[in-house]
Write a protein that binds this ligand. Structure first.
Ligand SMILES: NC(=O)C1=CN([C@@H]2O[C@H](COP(=O)(O)OP(=O)(O)OC[C@H]3O[C@@H](n4cnc5c(N)ncnc54)[C@H](OP(=O)(O)O)[C@@H]3O)[C@@H](O)[C@H]2O)C=CC1
Ligand SMILES: O=C(CO)COP(=O)(O)O
Length: 317
């Protein structure tokens, strides 16, 4: 049995696809009324038009997660520590993070946060280009599964792949985590460029130089370059920087149009500042990330950010 913690768009979409593939799934959300309604109506408002298969048990009672050998945590990264401290302890042997961010308080990725709360469990990270709506619609998707323990990684890969979701596995947890987290920051930059009317060429430049920043920071933290060139890196960058369906890209577009910050809980907002702190500790320069941090905090306009980026010292590629 698979337990999914977090009945938002992504947790629900994953639960639906695993249930359709034949797994029994407990889908836990914190709101008692909402989860009772989901269990009886077989639907959740975060995924309109999607029917919850019978194999999903929607609940707000964490006791129902006790029998799950595998738990998948699909809550926004900044809320993960709270979720882990408010839920009772579980006996799950495998815990998979399905979150894309770096915790701003601890500067840790989700698997480190989980491992501190559950030292007995093997942790893994699931990340890659995948809109919840696409997964729930049964559209084809490929994701990276990072797990240091390759035997457990292989069993999770088999258990969590479905006829429509293909998982590739790696032992490079840091690469999978940082690829998924840092692409959100670059998506905000690309959205801002498009929202401000700076054009597709500017977006391509930001994606490319943003990828260089992702590589610079993640490699300094131990990630492998080939992981970052894979699904949870270049793959997710390509999706998120090109689609208004991305909340990070859409947030950037709103800022680019001169509107106020629409939703400060969007993953890339906190992760921009977390990435800058990680970079400062390593004496690294992340100019696009710096621009995003200034934009979301209201310290910079898109015009200021553009001028800052274009007037930097010329350098080799
Ligand atoms: N949406 C997508 O297409 C994708 C999302 N992701 C990643 O999945 C993660 C979750 O995102 P997503 O599902 O979209 O987010 P949503 O905003 O749709 O849902 C977030 C969920 O987390 C719950 N939550 C928030 N705070 C707490 C808390 N303190 N305690 C308990 N539960 C809490 C919310 O509960 P409540 O409803 O009660 O507020 C909600 O169920 C993010 O890291 C995101 O980057 C990854 C790939 C695709
Ligand atoms: O991570 C995602 C797609 O892979 C979803 O991106 P957003 O969080 O920007 O919507």
């Amino acid at each position: 049995m698979i337990g999914v913690v977090g009945a938002g768009a992504f947790g629900t979409a994953l639960a639906v696809t695993w249930a359709r593939a034949g797994s029994d799934v407990v889908l836990w959300g914190r709101n008692t009324e909402a989860m009772a309604a989901a269990q009886s109506l077989r639907a959740l408002p975060c995924l309109p038009g999607v029917t919850l298969p019978d194999k999903i048990h929607a609940t707000a009672d964490p006791g129902h997660l006790d029998d799950c050998a595998t738990l998948v945590l699909a809550v926004p990264t900044q809320f993960l520590p709270d979720v882990l401290t408010t839920l009772p302890a579980f006996s799950a042997s495998h815990i998979v993070a399905a979150c894309k961010g770096v915790d701003l308080r601890s500067l840790q990725g989700p698997t480190t946060t989980i491992a501190q709360a559950y030292p007995q469990a093997v942790t893994a990270i699931l990340s890659g280009p995948s809109f919840a709506t696409d997964i729930a619609a049964g559209l084809p998707t490929a994701l990276s599964l990072g797990c240091e323990n390759d035997a457990v990684g292989a069993s999770l890969q088999a258990a969590l792949s479905t006829p429509t979701i293909r998982l590739y596995r790696t032992q490079d947890v840091t690469g999978v985590e940082l690829g998924g987290a840092l692409k959100n920051v670059i998506a905000i930059a690309c959205g801002a460029a498009i929202g401000a009317g700076l054009g597709d060429s500017a977006r391509a430049a930001l994606m490319t130089r943003g990828m260089a920043e992702i590589m610079r920071l993640a490699a300094a933290m131990g990630a492998r370059r080939d992981t970052l060139m894979g699904l949870s890196g270049l793959g997710d960058l390509a999706l998120t920087c090109a689609s208004p369906a991305s909340r990070n890209f859409a947030l950037g577009m709103a800022l680019g149009r001169g509107e106020p910050l629409p939703d400060a809980t969007t993953e890339g907002v906190a992760t921009a500042d977390a990435a800058l702190r990680l970079a400062t500790e390593r004496d690294l320069d992340l100019p696009v990330t710096q621009a995003v941090s200034g934009l979301v905090a209201g310290r910079l306009t898109v015009k200021d950010a553009m001028t800052d980026l274009l007037t930097r010292d010329l350098k080799t590629e």
